[in-house]
Design a protein around this ligand. Structure first.
Ligand code: OAD
Length: 233
C-alpha cells in the first residue's frame, strides 16, 4: 500500500449510535419521531420557535447522559499519532469527538453546545437551555437560536473541506447514510481527485458503490481496527 499522507474523515450519526444517541434515519430514529420541516428548517423555527428551541434544548441536555465510544477514541488516537495531515469533518452536532480526545474537529452542521445570534450573527459557546430567550453574550439581544445548520442553510467551512478533499490521498466515511448533500458528495469529490475511498458503516449505504472498499459492522469495532492498520502498517 502506498504511504498515506493526507486523510479526510467524514463521520455521521452512526459513530455516536453505540454511545446511545439516536441516528436520524433508522427505524425509530429522530426523523421518525419528529418532522424534519418542523424542527430542522428556518421556516419551522419561524412558525414555532418554542418547539424548535425545546427540541434542541433536550438534545443538548441529553449529552450529559452519554459518553464517547471506542470509535471516537480511536480517531483521537489517530489525530495524536498520525504523522501526516488529518482533517476530521463531522455532520454530528454532539460533542463526543471532543470528549473522546479529538482536539481539531470541523462541525459542518454546527454544534449543540453553541448558540447563534440572529441579530449580530455571533456564535457563542452555549451549555444551558435557550427556551427562556437568554441574551446574546455579544450584543445582549434575546435572539439566540441553536447553532445547528438546518435544511436550506449552508454547512460551515465548505471551502476548507473541498480544499482538503482535493488534496487527500485517503477519504474515509464513517457511520453516515450518504443521504444528505453536500456531505454525501464528498466521496465523488475525493475520488475525482484520485483519493482512495473507504466506507465504514453498519450496513451498505446509499453510496457504498462509490467507495473502493466498504466494510460493514459496528463503528466501535471497525474504526479502532482501521486506525490500528493505518498507524501500524
Ligand atoms: P443517518 O441516520 O442518516 O445514518 C446513520 C448511518 O449510520 C446509517 O447508514 C446506519 O446504518 C449507520 N449506523 C448505525 N449504527 C451504526 C454503528 N453502530 N456503527 C456504524 N454505523 C452505524 O445519519 P447521518 O448520515 O449522520 O443533518 O445523517 C446526515 C444528516 O442528516 C445529519 O447530519 C442531519 C440529518 O438530517 C441535519 O440535521 C442538517
Amino acid at each position: 500500500m502506498a504511504e498515506i499522507k493526507r486523510i479526510v474523515i467524514l463521520t455521521g450519526a452512526g459513530i455516536s449510535a453505540e454511545s446511545g444517541i439516536d441516528t436520524f434515519r433508522s427505524a425509530g430514529g429522530l426523523w421518525e419521531q419528529h418532522r424534519v420541516e418542523d424542527v430542522a428548517t428556518p421556516e419551522g423555527f419561524a412558525r414555532n420557535p418554542d418547539l424548535v428551541l425545546n427540541f434542541y434544548d433536550m438534545r443538548r441536555a441529553a449529552l450529559a447522559n452519554v459518553v464517547p465510544n471506542p470509535a471516537h477514541m480511536a480517531l483521537a488516537r489517530l489525530e495524536r499519532e498520525f504523522s501526516g495531515e488529518l482533517l476530521l469533518v463531522t455532520q454530528n452536532v454532539d460533542d463526543l469527538h471532543e470528549r473522546g480526545g479529538s482536539a481539531r474537529v470541523l462541525h459542518m452542521h454546527g454544534e449543540l453546545k453553541s448558540a447563534l445570534c440572529t441579530s449580530c450573527e455571533t456564535r457563542s459557546p452555549w451549555f444551558g437551555p435557550l427556551i427562556d430567550r437568554p441574551p446574546c453574550p455579544a450584543c445582549r439581544a434575546p435572539t439566540l437560536r441553536p447553532d445547528v445548520v438546518w435544511f436550506g442553510e449552508m454547512p460551515y467551512q465548505m471551502g476548507r473541506i473541498y480544499q482538503a478533499l482535493e488534496a487527500c490521498d485517503l477519504f474515509v466515511s464513517i457511520g453516515t447514510s450518504g443521504a444528505v448533500y453536500p456531505a454525501a458528495g464528498f466521496v465523488q469529490e475525493a475520488r475525482a481527485n484520485g483519493a482512495r475511498c473507504l466506507e465504514l458503516n453498519l450496513e451498505p449505504s446509499e453510496g457504498s458503490h462509490l467507495f473502493d472498499e466498504s466494510r460493514h459492522g459496528p463503528a466501535s469495532v471497525l474504526v479502532p481496527q482501521w486506525v490500528e492498520e493505518v498507524l501500524g502498517g
